[in-house]
Design a protein around this ligand. Structure first.
Ligand SMILES: [Zn+2]
Length: 359
């Protein structure tokens, strides 16, 4: 099979190390962060050799070079929810262009002798894993970002590319307490004193709204325009988030200025400029020792993640039973460690790509 363009930069030597079926089943991560699957597909970054671009989900580190992909690729594939989220998170990107093709989970498109299928991943709304199969029966796949508990592993792949955000054995959440229940009880308690500010990333903020709404926390949820627009997309795609109010509307201003009971949702970037005197909850995955700890006079850090921890990554690979693994060493620096641990603990050949962490 012909080897094209950027594949020549790193793939053959890495695959030789892996042995097995050699170049008949191909997957790699380029130095620009593109996850290459088979002959046609580049996921989550632009690659000039690939006619198909897949966007696994709407987080910024998975939208690398999307403008170029929209100009150059024959098709740009994503779920409808991801399309809508990308549009509101990146106001200047118009995705109603002819190259964008929306796929449901489980739906397959054919390109040449390859078949591309998006499979649900539990991460943010719309997130997908990607499976590419060719006429020879080769299966290569990419997990995208995921939480293992709600994600059905792609089985028996020749090569599986796996995310490595928490790919170090140090990144294990050993606490057993239900973090969601703890978050609800903390917010309920703080609401007795007035407004509660929650800081997190897009996607996770809406998950928290859903958790609080599902637990009958019925105060207004107040938020700036961008968070509001992302939340509206989540509602359009079936999430139930509660009573949403713009922070700039009269009602929103009165609630926050008067420190009245409401939950205010802000992006993590606003943490140093908003709600400095209120009760504050920061939600982060980068916390491994305790489900909740105090980090300021009226501020707590809650360990709610939309990624698998180290044990979850290993669990996925163990259940998925791939012949070989490539870890994504572009987006996080733990790719090398995760590849080594997969080889050592599971006996499955694994390499990190690109070899030098490049995000
Ligand atoms: Zn993500």
């Amino acid at each position: 099979m012909k080897i094209r363009g950027s594949l020549l930069t790193g793939l053959p030597r890495e695959l030789l190390k892996l042995g097995g079926k050699g170049l008949s089943a191909k997957a790699a991560v380029t130095e620009r962060g593109a996850v290459l699957l088979g002959d046609s597909v580049a996921c989550d970054a632009f690659d000039e050799t690939r006619p198909l671009r897949v966007v696994t989900h709407a987080h910024a580190d998975h939208l690398v070079g999307l403008r170029r992909s929209l100009r150059s690729c024959e098709k740009v594939l994503m779920t409808a929810a991801t399309r809508d989220l990308v549009e509101v998170m990146n106001g200047s990107l118009a995705l109603n262009d002819g190259s964008v093709e929306v796929l449901d989970y489980g739906e397959t498109i054919e390109y040449g002798d390859e078949r591309v299928t998006l499979v649900k991943a539990d991460h943010i709304l719309g997130a997908a894993q990607v499976l590419v199969e060719d006429a020879g029966g080769n299966r290569v796949a990419y997990t995208g970002d995921f939480r293992v508990d709600g994600t059905e592993p792609l089985l028996d792949c020749d090569v599986l590319v796996v995310e490595a955000t928490y790919g170090s054995p140090l990144c294990r959440r050993s606490f057993e307490l239900d973090v969601r229940e703890l978050l609800v009880s903390m917010v309920e308690k703080r609401l007795r004193e007035g407004s509660v500010y929650v800081f997190g990333y897009h996607g996770k903020l809406q998950e928290i709204m859903q958790i609080l709404h599902g637990a009958d926390v019925s105060v207004p949820f107040v938020m700036p325009e961008k968070v509001f627009r992302v939340s509206k997309v989540c509602e359009q795609h079936g999430m139930r988030l509660g009573s949403l109010t713009l922070a700039t509307d009269k009602e929103g201003r009165e609630l926050l200025d008067g420190n009245l009971p409401c939950v205010a949702f802000y992006h993590m970037n606003a943490r140093n400029s908003v709600g400095l005197k209120g009760s504050r909850v920061c939600v982060s995955g980068w916390e491994f020792h305790s489900p909740c700890r105090q980090i300021g006079e009226r501020e707590h850090l809650v360990a709610l993640s939309d990624h698998s921890d180290f044990s979850g990554l290993l669990e996925y690979v163990r259940r998925s039973k791939p012949k070989r693994v490539v870890t994504d060493n572009y987006r996080m620096s733990h790719g090398v460690t995760l590849a080594r641990e997969i080889s050592r603990r599971l006996g499955i050949p694994a390499v990190a790509m690109p070899r030098k962490h490049g995000a």
